[in-house]
Design a protein around this ligand. Sequence first.
Ligand code: GTP
Ligand code: MG
Length: 300
Amino acid sequence: MSEASRCGFAAIIGAPNAGKSTLLNRLTGAKISIVTPKAQTTRARVLGIFLRGQSQVLLVDTPGIFTPKRRLDRAMVAAAWGGADEADLALLIVDAKAGLTASIRDIATKLAATGRRINLVLNKVDLVDRAGLLPLAQEAATMAPFEQVFMVSAATGDGVEKLLDYLAKAVPPGPFLYPEDDLTDLPDRLLAAEIVREQIFLQTRDEVPYGTTVETESFAEQKDGSARIEAVIYVARAGHKAILIGAGGSRIRDIGARARRELGALLDRKVHLFLRVKERPGWDEEAARIRAAGLNDPTV
Ligand SMILES: Nc1nc2c(ncn2[C@@H]2O[C@H](COP(=O)(O)OP(=O)(O)OP(=O)(O)O)[C@@H](O)[C@H]2O)c(=O)[nH]1
Ligand SMILES: [Mg+2]
C-alpha cells in the first residue's frame, strides 16, 4: 500500500427490488448478499469490499427504502438511511423498467438533502429499450444533483466496468481499512442464517417469507474440517410453520438441502445443516430478534 492509496465507503441505496444486492455481488465478484425476486429481501447492511488499482472500495448494500409498518421494518429503513449517512458517497439505484416512481423521487430528494455526493445508477438496462434510457436519465437528473449517471445491468455485468473505475477514483485518499484479501465483514454465522432465509424467500410465498427470521444457534468446526450448523427459523404464525415444514417435511428438507449446498460452496467445506422451525408470534416487534438480524433497533 503506497501513499497514493484510496479507501472509502459507497452506499447502495434504492427502493426494494431495484437490484442493490445483485449489484454488490457483481461489483465484488462474489456472492455476499442474498438475492431473490421478492421485495425486502435484504434486512440489514451488508459490506462488500473490492480492490481496484490503489483503491479499496467499501460497498454497503442496504435494505430497500419503503414505508415501514412493523418495528422490524423501521429498523430496516433506518439501516438504509444510516448506510447513506455514514458513507463517503451514495449510489441511488433505480430499476429502469419500473421507472421513476413517486417513492424513487422521494428517496432522491431525501438523499440530496443529506448533502452527500450522489450518483444515479439505472439498473436492469437489459430489460428496457435503449432509446428510453436517455430521457429517463434526463428526467432523473432534475430530481437531485447527481455527480454521474451510470446505466448498467447488474445481472449481465453490462456497464459495470465504468462504475468500478468511477468508484476506485471517487473514494477519498487514505489507507485501506480492511485486509487486502477481505471480501466482507459478514460473520459465517450470519451468512448461514442469510442463506437459509434466501431459500425461504425463494421457496415460499405471500406473507410467509416476511413473517420469518432465521438465527444461527450453533456453528461448530468438526475434526474432519466440516461445519456443523444449527439454525432456528422463527415464524410469526402457526400456519406459516405448517407451510414451511410442508407435507411430510418436504419443504423444510428442500430448503435445508439447497441452503446446505450453497453454504458448502461459499464456505468451501462440507456443511451439516440442521433446521428447526419455531413459532414465535410478535418476533418482528422484538428487540432481540431485530438485533439478531444484524440491525440496530431504532425505537430503543
Ligand atoms: N433482468 C435483470 N434482473 C435484475 C437485475 N438486477 C437485479 N435483478 C433481479 O431483480 C431482483 C431483485 O434483485 P435484488 O438484488 O435482490 O434487489 P434488491 O434491491 O437488493 O432488493 P431488496 O433487498 O429487496 O431491497 C432479483 O430477481 C434479481 O435477479 C438486472 O440488471 N437485470
Ligand atoms: Mg437486497
